[in-house]
Design a protein around this ligand. Structure first.
Ligand code: ASP
Length: 340
């Protein structure tokens, strides 16, 4: 039987319904798990480790570090890892760990649920059974298992608050579809011959801005540029933003670049890729040194930036690594991007 380490970090899957909402109750969680899911022991030899109990909105880079280093430390002792995690920031943690544990030669499968496990109509049982089963497969990457799908961790994003189908990977096909049988895609990474590495340095010296038609550029001007080394702009569509009148973003971008701050352009649209070559606004940003995040999810763009900043790279090296593919998070680079 395969040996699986089940790492508990919290989230709705581990919460209980109380009169005033759902709450985290570490002690009751393990009771519920064993009472409700005795069949888990038929899938694998499972060891449970409680790493932390958090609503995932409180998970931050320090938790990524603890989790990444723990998985790395236990790598030789287990065939696979399942991480129970809240859905709100699951895609961030999965993306971060994909960069921290690169390469990895064991499956690291994140899962959670929309409804606590103790509830009768919960998605927790199905997600957990699927995740544990998938953790016995030769999947050598960090992935998210939700609602009968397995997604690459750094391609996944939470799309729904109220639907069991909470996650998608908009620009990359699922790694597996789970029906009567589990069908693995040919895209699944298999790195059996490589030794895994672990690098959990993430810098939080980033700032994220969402563009809108009345963006307050005076407020941007008040930002203290010594507090961040990368600015991530969630732009319109293919990477455009206002470049006229009061709302012109270009002076602020120039100011950031003059302070050697990386400027990264992502999109408010989930599907397809940013391309700064198409419209004059994008070309102006590119001219100032703005980098396209291609088709990366926001979660991947943020955690990749934090990971690269954590390595203290020269600007050119940062740029080429950011524009390149580190671990399956992007395939589209500026030269081949475009509207499909
Ligand atoms: N707030 C919860 C969390 O992210 C939501 C969930 O798990 O679905 O921890």
């Amino acid at each position: 039987m395969k040996r699986i380490l089940l790492l508990q970090t919290g989230g709705t899957i581990s919460m209980q319904f109380e009169t005033d909402g759902v709450v985290l109750d570490p002690a009751r969680w393990s009771q519920v798990l064993y009472q409700q899911m005795p069949e888990l022991t038929q899938i694998a030899d499972i060891t449970i480790e409680n790493v932390f109990f958090e609503d995932s909105s409180d998970i931050n880079p320090e938790h990524w570090k603890i989790l990444g280093e723990l998985i790395y430390k236990r790598l030789q002792n287990y065939d696979g890892f399942v991480v129970l995690h809240g859905t709100d920031t699951m895609a961030y943690t999965a993306s971060a760990l994909s960069f921290a544990l690169n390469p990895i030669n064991k499956p690291v499968i994140f899962t959670g649920s929309q409804v606590p496990m103790s509830n009768i109509r919960s998605d927790a049982r199905r997600n957990l059974v699927n995740a544990i089963e998938l953790a016995t497969y030769p999947i050598h990457e960090v992935a998210v298992c939700f609602n009968d799908h397995l997604f690459r961790g750094n391609r996944s994003t939470k799309m729904s608050i109220g639907d069991f189908n909470a996650f998608e990977s908009p620009n990359f096909p699922p790694l597996a579809e789970i029906g009567i049988n589990i069908k693995l895609s040919a895209d699944v990474m298999i790195n059996s011959s490589v030794s895994a590495t672990c690098n959990t340095h993430f810098s939080d010296a980033i700032h994220v801005i969402k563009v809108h038609p009345a963006i307050n550029t005076r407020a941007l001007d008040c930002l203290d540029l010594s507090t961040f080394k990368a600015l991530i702009i969630e732009a319109f569509g293919i990477g455009n933003m206002p470049v006229k009148g009061h709302y012109n973003m270009l002076p602020f971008i120039k100011k950031c670049r003059d302070h050697h701050c990386h400027v990264i352009i992502t999109s408010q649209a989930a599907y397809d890729a940013v391309n700064l070559d198409i419209y004059s606004s994008g070309r102006a940003v590119k001219e100032l040194g703005g980098l396209s995040a291609g088709e990366m999810t926001m979660e991947a763009a943020i955690t990749k930036t934090m990971h690269l900043l954590g390595q203290n790279l020269e600007e050119e090296v940062f740029n080429s690594k950011f524009m390149g593919n580190l671990t399956g998070e992007r395939t589209v680079t500026e030269s081949n991007t475009g509207k499909r």
